[in-house]
Design a protein around this ligand. Structure first.
Ligand code: HEC
Ligand code: HEC
Ligand code: HEC
Ligand code: HEC
Ligand code: HEC
Ligand code: HEC
Ligand code: HEC
Length: 368
């Protein structure tokens, strides 16, 4: 089985190197002869490591020959595999950060494997080759040639970045218990969601930082990315938990620009703290010290409007056993819950409106 494959590879490498990707140099970074001076032979050697298609290293560390620490890319330059003036990004250092995609789980990735996994006992992994194709990755489309998963779970050619992420973070049978199905969280039929698949539902989001508007779309990598904006782009690694591009504190504590930096990147801090939408934002965030996460889910909510999903670590049912959020119109709603002993059974905002129910809601405490 291996024999005809090798004959074909040798033929392609040495007889008609351009037959594999005829538009080499046209948008496919690895087909650029000005950068990869030896073409196919910059990667495929006459003799290779056992069980690889004539590669000089085993697949898991192979990419670091050119995308690793300086010492490796300098060696590749000395060997004449890449041009002296090409600056390949150091991706290796991203994977040495405390939070990173687990490329160290080796020997699991198979070229052409079916993701998302249908078998819950399959070990999870992510290799360079799960997100980038060794031949087709391009400067414009770095995911070119990789198969993705649509919002409905179908195997497809990738058009939108989230379709890459959905291969492992949506319908996978082996999803870790603490994770949610992201195709469900961002589903546009939910009461609310961050606008990754479709523009958001709310037309009244006064805090948005221009040029963002309520018709903007955002990407997973707007939040999950390198924490160093000067470093290589991509969800490879970060010094912040959950692979976030900016800091975000999910537990309660004092407010500051750094605490919720991720959100303040797109939502003006001054708008949130001056209660432009929710009249009790400042009271909860600054005075009581509630994290955004105590009330909002960063992805979406299949229960409530305004990304409301209470963090059950601190939010319990009210004394009368109720736990819900109800919207009555723009900047008007009510909650029933108990948070650190403070009972809302229910509590109404902005205050002077009638509740449809006959029960008389208690008000939130005033600031003093
Ligand atoms: C940037 C490095 C690189 C360059 C340049 C490159 N390849 Fe590859 N090639 C790889 C890697 C990595 C694999 C193995 C992928 C796997 O199995 O996961 C591979 C696999 C292959 C295979 C096995 C089938 C497949 O697609 O996996 C063939 C055939 C092949 N390469 C031919 C070529 C030819 C012909 C050229 C030049 C036109 C070329 N390669 C250029 C890295 C490269
Ligand atoms: C022989 C050197 C070499 C090897 C090995 C190599 N690459 Fe590359 N790669 C390059 C060069 C050169 C570029 C173009 C960089 C540029 O123009 O800044 C590139 C570009 C890329 C890009 C697109 C980025 C862009 O802006 O053009 C991706 C993604 C990528 N490589 C991933 C990989 C992966 C994954 C592997 C391992 C399967 C790999 N590379 C192995 C040399 C290499
Ligand atoms: C080939 C599978 C695969 C793909 C594709 C993939 N991931 Fe992951 N991702 C993983 C694995 C495996 C982990 C480790 C934790 C786990 O098992 O989910 C992980 C972890 C993460 C984490 C950290 C979770 C935590 O608990 O800290 C985030 C955030 C993440 N991925 C986002 C993304 C985004 C955004 C994309 C698309 C750009 C993406 N992933 C594409 C497999 C993948
Ligand atoms: C607006 C910012 C934002 C966007 C956009 C975003 N995330 Fe997240 N993500 C977060 C934050 C913040 C957390 C931390 C956990 C929490 O607060 O619940 C997180 C946690 C995660 C986790 C680990 C915990 C969990 O809930 O599963 C995964 C996996 C993940 N995100 C994947 C994705 C994928 C895939 C996309 C795109 C389809 C995406 N995220 C889009 C902000 C975002
Ligand atoms: C979980 C998916 C995932 C994994 C695993 C992954 N990448 Fe990426 N990578 C991305 C995404 C997404 C981008 C950004 C794409 C964009 O800019 O649209 C990216 C960007 C890049 C770039 C371009 C960086 C820049 O700023 O120009 C290179 C080079 C690269 N990746 C190489 C690698 C290598 C080498 C590995 C393995 C060591 C790897 N990637 C693993 C998803 C991944
Ligand atoms: C990359 C930009 C970006 C980041 C980062 C971001 N948001 Fe948003 N957010 C948006 C956009 C765009 C909208 C408008 C969607 C709409 O019109 O419904 C929005 C809307 C919202 C809404 C209103 C949704 C509704 O249906 O009423 C809430 C609540 C929200 N974001 C909270 C957060 C929180 C909390 C964080 C930090 C974890 C955060 N956002 C981070 C871009 C972002
Ligand atoms: C006590 C619960 C609570 C906390 C804590 C909270 N919010 Fe909200 N937030 C709400 C409610 C309720 C609304 C809906 C207001 C309405 O009816 O329009 C809202 C609306 C929003 C909106 C959409 C409208 C706008 O202002 O643009 C954004 C964005 C937002 N919150 C961001 C944040 C951020 C960022 C944090 C943390 C710094 C945070 N919220 C903390 C309850 C909360």
């Amino acid at each position: 089985m291996l024999k005809p494959f090798f004959i074909a590879l040798v033929l392609m490498l040495f007889i008609s190197p351009s037959s594999l990707y005829s538009d080499s140099g046209n948008g496919r970074s690895h087909g650029d002869r000005n950068k990869l001076l030896k073409g196919c032979a910059s990667c495929h050697k006459g003799h290779g490591v056992y069980k690889t298609p004539m590669l000089s290293e085993r697949k898991e560390i192979f990419c670091f020959r050119c995308h690793g620490h300086n010492i490796y890319s300098e060696n590749a330059k000395k060997a004449g595999d890449i041009a002296k003036d090409v600056g390949t990004a150091n991706i290796q250092s991203e994977f040495e950060k405390p939070y990173h995609h687990p490329i160290e789980k080796i020997g699991i990735h198979r070229y052409g494997e079916i993701l998302p996994e249908a078998d819950p006992s399959m070990p999870r992994h992510s290799a360079c080759g799960d997100c980038h194709h060794h031949h087709y990755a391009g400067e414009k489309n770095k995911m070119s040639g990789v198969r993705g998963t649509s919002k409905d779970g179908a195997k497809i050619r990738i058009t939108y970045e989230y379709e890459l992420c959905f291969s492992c973070h949506s319908y996978s049978a082996n999803l870790p218990a603490y994770q949610t199905n992201k195709a469900e969280m961002f589903n546009s039929s939910n009461p609310s969601f961050h606008p990754v698949i479709a523009p958001g539902k709310n037309t009244d989001v006064p805090s948005l930082v221009p040029p963002l508007t309520t018709s903007s779309l955002i990407k997973c990598t707007d939040c999950h990315n390198n924490d160093d904006p000067a470093g290589p782009n991509g969800p490879h690694g970060s010094n912040f938990r959950y692979l976030l591009s900016k800091n975000y504190t999910t537990t309660d504590g004092s407010e500051g620009p750094f605490q919720y930096e991720l959100c303040y990147n797109c939502h003006r801090r001054s708008s949130i703290l001056s209660n432009e939408s929710f009249p009790l934002h400042d009271l909860h965030i600054s005075t009581v010290g509630a994290s955004c996460r105590t009330c909002h889910n960063p992805h979406g909510s299949n229960q409530y409007s305004h990304l409301i999903e209470f963090n059950r670590a601190s939010v319990m049912s009210s004394n009368s056993g109720q736990l819900h959020y109800t919207v009555y119109g723009s900047r008007t709603g009510q909650c029933a819950l108990n948070c650190h002993g403070k009972d809302h059974d229910p509590a109404l905002y902005p205050g002077a409106v009638q509740t449809p129910s006959s029960s008389r809601p208690s008000r939130f405490p005033s600031r003093k």
